[in-house]
Design a protein around this ligand. Sequence first.
Ligand SMILES: Cc1cc2nc3c(=O)[nH]c(=O)nc-3n(C[C@H](O)[C@H](O)[C@H](O)COP(=O)(O)OP(=O)(O)OC[C@H]3O[C@@H](n4cnc5c(N)ncnc54)[C@H](O)[C@@H]3O)c2cc1C
Length: 313
Amino acid sequence: MPVRAPLGKLLMDAGEREAASRAAMLERLRFPVSFVRQLTPAEASDAAGLQLPRGGLWLPGCDALDPAIPASGWLATPGAVLRTDSPVASLEPAAGGWLARGADGRVLAEAAIAILANAGDAARLATSGSLAMRCIRGQGTLVARERIGALRTVLSGDAYAAPLGDRILAGASYDDGESLEPSREVDAANLRRLARMIGGDAASWLEDARSGPVGHRFASADRMPVIGQLPDEAVALREAAALARNDRLPVPRAPGLYGAFAFGSRGLLWSALAAGLLPALVEGDPMPLEADLLRALDPARFVRRMLRRRACA
Ligand SMILES: Cc1cc2nc3c(=O)[nH]c(=O)nc-3n(C[C@H](O)[C@H](O)[C@H](O)COP(=O)(O)OP(=O)(O)OC[C@H]3O[C@@H](n4cnc5c(N)ncnc54)[C@H](O)[C@@H]3O)c2cc1C
């Protein structure tokens, strides 16, 4: 974790209407100003170190973080082992747990508890038809800092910009592409979006810009993550009529099989929540979240919806 002071984040207003509705929200919620406050365009420019056309919500405790830093910390936890050479081709129930096999049938791992945290491939391994996920390609763009100015905070709104050494990371795109090859057109579009937000000449920024990270985000149909014990869909389908009639009947679950995926654009936030929630679920400890929030993340919510739709059809 960084030892320097956080950069802070400015959520720029899209216009006066948004500024007014944010002011009303802050008035209602009465958060401490050390957490969030609204800035005028002049105050926002001062905070960002850059002349900005609009103000926004200022979150001084937010920061930009290289994901490799927390990840290497987590991997240093005693007992943590990372294997990158062995895609799991199938997962099967075994006496007292789960067996993960490679494409050649070799057993890669056996454990009492399995947690699927493999994004777009999780529904296949869970043999779940209800957990359909959408794949959204994302690409960031790195611009020389002197091109844009001495940005010293994170900016977000229609676009996103974060200072990163002598560069500014702008982005990220939300596009339908399959390819993980960087695209110059996407870089240009990222910079045009940023220029619309903060003002400036996107074409000149593009001259010595280079593509930043490219990846796929996976999101569920309701855009909430999937965190918790996975349903046993085959059994749920056999009990479909009763489950569709009675919302209080528990959805049958796959013993010892959990999920933490569909994190969409918020992997850092949701992974931290999953890390707090899953041990409590596995151990039967008190839940760190209220029941309605747990329901919003519950992997079984999609089976329930599927069964309800079938009952109505
Ligand atoms: C350009 C871009 C910018 C982003 N910016 C942010 C941001 O600022 N903040 C934020 O919080 N999030 C951001 N995200 C989103 C974030 O990257 C995702 O939410 C996060 O990576 C999801 O984590 P995950 O572990 O579920 O999936 P992934 O990161 O996709 O990891 C899944 C892993 O599972 C492995 N895997 C898949 N199938 C198998 C299998 N069968 N066997 C073994 N391994 C398997 C894959 O190889 C992969 O390593 C961004 C995404 C993109 C593309």
